[in-house]
Write a protein that binds this ligand. Structure first.
Ligand code: AQP
Length: 332
């Protein structure tokens, strides 16, 4: 069998997947599946770094898996699994925690963003060490490439640093992975605050569109999307709300931003937003039909994640055995 390069990536079931997750990452994952040996994971252990209702976590975990498949990932071609089913993630995570410094974790902008309104006494340690678990996820599979959105670049850098540190201290063990951020994978911003990224756990539900939003909700959220008082569809930094909407339009239709701006000359925001709502609906409707079908067939989903866990486990154990040996743990 030809040796394909390995890809690992995952999403947290911290909510239902947004248009940001889809356009920034998932759509790209689908394009890569035939060319690479792909491990795509639902990272439920990451999702408990902030408090989460158990029943919501269970629901979101299955939904994210269904979203993956409905967006086009083929369970026969890629390894689809749930992180907590492969205990090597937690085990390697601990070893890597012992190799990662407090100072470098403190520089992570996602940690700073997520904790800026919290007292230190209420910040879970897991939120702080989140990038270390992410490093374990990736390094277990000896991934060559990690397709993520621009927002995850810094976490990829720390993964590389940790891998290199381990290799230098104990001898060559991990492949040092590269971030794989496609041109198409730019950052999609919040519809309510275009200075922050669109996030599935945003407390303001008009800030994001989820792939499972019904069609009227999509139209309503678009209507309420923050723009400005210019009233002219232009792609520039002084109009961040409109710029974000043009970006979304462009990612879905493959039209350039210049083409989109030209086609709305002399037309106002209302027309542009209505059209964008229909563009989004055209993209998500077939995905929604497949999600519906999958969520009604939980046995099928279970078959997929059980099979995926078995495959992932075999690859992960191989790496973990090496790591344990190198750090000096005695085999059972
Ligand atoms: N707004 C975005 N634009 C482009 N890409 C995005 N991604 C997330 N938001 C955007 C990409 O989606 C993948 C999922 O990452 P995750 O679920 O592990 O965590 P995240 O990046 O923290 O995503 P969210 O939606 O913002 O989740 P919460 O609200 O829980 O923090 C990654 O590849 C990411 O780059």
């Amino acid at each position: 069998m030809e040796n394909k390069k390995v890809i690992f990536s995952g999403m947290q079931p911290s909510g239902s997947l947004t248009l940001g997750n889809y356009l920034g990452a998932l759509k790209n994952w689908v394009k890569l599946q035939s060319e690479y040996d792909c491990y795509y994971c639902v990272v439920d252990m990451h999702a408990i770094t902030v408090p989460k209702e158990p029943k919501d976590l269970r629901k979101n975990t299955l939904e994210v898996l269904a979203n993956y498949i409905a967006a086009g990932l083929d369970p026969k071609q890629v390894t689809l699994f749930i992180q907590s089913h492969v205990s090597a993630h937690a085990e390697l995570g601990w070893v890597l925690n012992c190799l990662t410094y407090f100072g470098e974790l403190g520089r992570m902008t996602q940690f700073k963003d997520k904790t800026k309104r919290l007292e230190s006494s209420s910040i879970p340690a897991g939120l702080f060490t989140y990038p270390v678990l992410m490093a374990a996820d990736i390094l277990l599979y000896q991934a060559d490439l990690v397709p993520v959105g621009e927002d995850q670049r810094q976490h990829l850098e720390i993964t590389r640093d940790i891998a290199q540190r381990f290799n230098n201290r104990y001898s060559e063990t991990f492949k040092v992975p590269e971030a794989f951020i496609s041109k198409d994978g730019a950052k999609i911003m919040s519809l309510q605050d275009p200075s922050s990224k669109m996030s599935k756990s945003d407390s303001h539900e008009n800030a994001f569109i989820i792939l499972m939003d019904d069609l009227d909700t999509i139209r309503r959220k678009l209507k309420r999307a923050v723009t400005d008082s210019e009233g002219v569809v232009r792609f520039n930094d002084d109009q961040p709300g409109v710029k974000n909407l043009i970006n979304i339009y462009s990612k879905i239709t493959d039209k350039t931003t210049d083409e989109i701006v030209a086609s709305y000359e002399g037309k106002g925001y209302a027309q542009f937003k209505d059209d964008l709502a229909e563009v989004i609906i055209g993209e998500v409707r077939p995905i929604q039909e497949r999600i519906d079908y999958l969520l009604k067939n939980k046995d099928y989903l279970q078959e997929i994640y059980s099979y995926g866990a078995e495959k992932a486990e075999a690859a992960a154990r191989k790496t973990l055995r090496k790591v344990y040996k190198k750090v000096g743990f005695i085999p059972k």
